[in-house]
Structures are given as C-alpha cells and as structure tokens.
Design a protein around this ligand. Structure first.
Ligand code: ZN
Ligand code: ZN
Length: 373
C-alpha cells in the first residue's frame, strides 16, 4: 500500500491537494507512476462542470508502469518498467467499432453515458479514485490503451502525444492532406498547430495558418513547425490572402480548430475550392446563417472529427522521435500539482499568460510557482 498525492477537482473551478490510498492491483489491472500529463483545452469545461462529483482531471498521461497484473501485462503487451503514453479512452474491446480499430467511437468511451469510465473525468468515488493524470499515480484499468514512448523523448514532449495525434488524425488521416494540397488551419491553439505540423509532415504543398494579431507568437511557432504562410485575420482578409497564395485556386482542405464563434464557418466555406473538404474540429453550436449553397456549389465534404485513432498517436510519437520538428516551441510551461488550478484557468483563457501547451509533472514540488500566474 501507499498513497498518491492528487489535485482533486472538488467543486467547479477548484482543485484541492489530497492523498489517495493506492489500490490493491487485480491480475487484470495495474498502476502507472505518472511522469507528465498534458493540460487539454477540454479540461476547461470539465473543470467548470457541476456534473460527476469530485474527480482527478488530466487525461493525456505519460508514465512508467509501476505494477501490472499478469493478465494485464499479457493483454496490454507491456510489462512493469515500460514507459508509455496513454489514451483517455477505455474502449469495450468487443463492439463493432472496437473490432474495426475505430475504438474512439465505442459507446464506452463517451463520458456522457452514465457509468462510463474515462481517464480524467471519472469520480473519485468510483473504485480507487485514481482515474486522472493530475496525480502521482494512476490506476490502470484493464481496458487501457497504451503506446510505447520512444527512448529519448522527454516527458513534457511525450505528453503531447494526444494533441499531436489529433493533428495527424484530422489533417492527414481524415483530411487527406498530402502532396499538391493546400491546407488552411483556422486557430493556432495546440491542436491547430498540430494540424499544421501534420499537414506538412504528410507532404502538403502549402499550409496556411490563420489566427489573430494577438496570436503573434503562436503564428511564429506555426511557421517554425512548417506552415508556409500565416495570416492575422483581424489585419488581413483571409479569403484574399488564400486567393493570392493559390492563384485563385483556393484550399483543398480547411480545418476549423479555432475558438471563434459560428460566423467563422462562412469564412471557412469561402476558402474552399471545388471537391474540397471542411473539417469541423471545434464545437460551433447551431448555425443559423450557414451558406449551404456555397458548400453545394463547391461540392464540398464537411466532416466532423473527434479525437485520435491508435495509428495517429503512433504517428505523433514517431514525429517526436524523429527530432525533425521543434516541438519544444509548443511546450510553453511545465508545472507541479500546486499549479493545476492556474494551468486550467490558463487553458480556459482566464489568465494573461501566453500559453500553447502546459504539462503537469506530478512529482515536481507541489509548491506554487510564483512566476506562473
Ligand atoms: Zn484532451
Ligand atoms: Zn467498443
């Protein structure tokens, strides 16, 4: 036995440092010593939610397997001492989606379904309670999906396996970015930047990242990650700029990954060429004035996306191991458990900090960092 220090989200917008007893490990389960956990944009709505009771947030974990039951080791293909990156999903393993490799569509991965367990959003009242990455240990559920972290990739980089995996999923696997293609990404947040990187890695000819003037630093990072052109849309007209850059041909793929309101979609639609694709990666709500005739005229495909496949996360880890991309530029802050509240407020845009990706390292001192505010 022993215990784990954890930042428990006890009520909306408040975490509390608590110690949670380590569980006995069943033959089909295990225990992860958490090395690093990425803070995700989706942690912000969960941090604000009344639903679900007290829980340990954080669902983009990297760590070392401290304990693995014999059945678990056999099922996972990993043993004690292995360093792994985890997916947040705990898919059932036997439905049609799971059996066809599309396990992120499995009903068991949907946290809105009562009783669904998912890392980073499950109540501390359930079992051991160690179901989130903002803690020193995580209880490894039998249905955990793991990836081997290549040697030499530091924790704060490996903690971006999920957002970078989203980039490969949306830009390359779902969006078919590749040679000859022009790709426009709206929104230079961590997943938008990941899309730009993945589009370039896939061989796209021209990648254009759109943001705002205040995103100057993020747009600079986009260029360093491979974007050919960046546009501050409150300075220049994006449609004009894409038209100029493509000789009027416009984009083969537009990825909507911004936090802007629904109106932005009419701009995205104007960027499309014939037989192109618009990917919806961020929630926009109901849209009353969507120019459907323009979509029809362009014979465009609109695709909603969610998360990452196993393959996309493997591609992200390989990109990390290649050393070909300056991923350090994405990792703007590394903090301890005492700064989880500030980190969550920062991803929610509630601080003045210029952040891209924040990593929580639970074994760092839990004293607050006065410069992180
Ligand atoms: Zn996430
Ligand atoms: Zn399933």
């Amino acid at each position: 036995m022993g215990e784990a220090l954890a930042a428990v989200a006890v009520r909306p917008r408040e975490t509390e440092l608590q110690t949670i007893a380590l569980p006995d490990i069943a033959p089909d389960a295990g225990l992860l010593r958490v090395e690093a956990t990425g803070v995700c944009g989706s942690d912000w709505p969960m941090y604000n939610s009344e639903r679900g009771g007290a829980r340990v947030l954080g669902h983009e974990m990297v760590g070392v397997i401290e304990k693995a039951g014999a059945l678990a080791a056999d099922r996972w293909g990993f043993k004690e001492g292995d360093r792994v990156a985890l997916e947040e999903y705990l898919p059932c393993g036997h439905c049609e989606y799971c059996r066809s490799g599309e396990f992120r569509s499995c009903m068991s991965t949907d946290s809105r379904i009562p009783g669904a367990i998912r890392y980073g959003s499950t109540s501390v009242a359930l079992g051991s309670g160690l179901w989130g990455g903002f803690a020193r240990y995580l209880h490894l559920h039998p249905r955990t999906v793991m990836h081997r972290v290549p040697d030499g990739v530091p924790g704060h980089i490996a903690a971006m396996a999920i957002p970078l995996g989203n980039g490969f999923q949306w830009a390359y696997l779902d969006g078919a970015a590749g040679p000859g293609k022009t790709v426009v990404v709206q929104g230079p947040g961590q997943t938008g930047l990941a899309c730009a990187l993945a589009a370039k890695a896939a061989g796209a000819d021209l990648v254009i990242m759109a943001g705002l003037k205040r995103d100057a630093r993020r747009l600079e990072v986009a260029r360093k990650l491979g974007a050919d052109l960046t546009v501050a849309v409150d300075e220049l007209d994006l449609v004009d700029e894409v038209s100029k850059a493509t000789g009027g041909q416009m984009a083969d793929l537009v990825i909507e990954a911004s936090s802007a309101g629904p109106e932005i979609l009419n701009t995205s639609i104007k960027l499309l060429r014939k037989r192109s694709m618009l990917i919806l990666a961020t929630r926009k709500g109901a849209i009353p004035n969507l120019d459907l005739d323009q979509l029809l005229g362009m014979q465009a495909t609109v695709k909603g996306v969610r998360g990452h496949s196993f393959h996309s996360v493997e591609l992200a880890l390989r990109a990390m191991a290649s050393g070909r991309y300056p991923l350090e530029l994405l990792s703007t802050h590394v903090v301890g458990l005492g700064d989880v509240d500030t980190a969550l407020r920062a991803v929610g845009g509630q601080t003045k900090m210029d952040i891209i990706h924040i990593t929580v390292e639970p074994w760092k001192s839990e004293q607050r960092d006065p410069t992180f505010a």
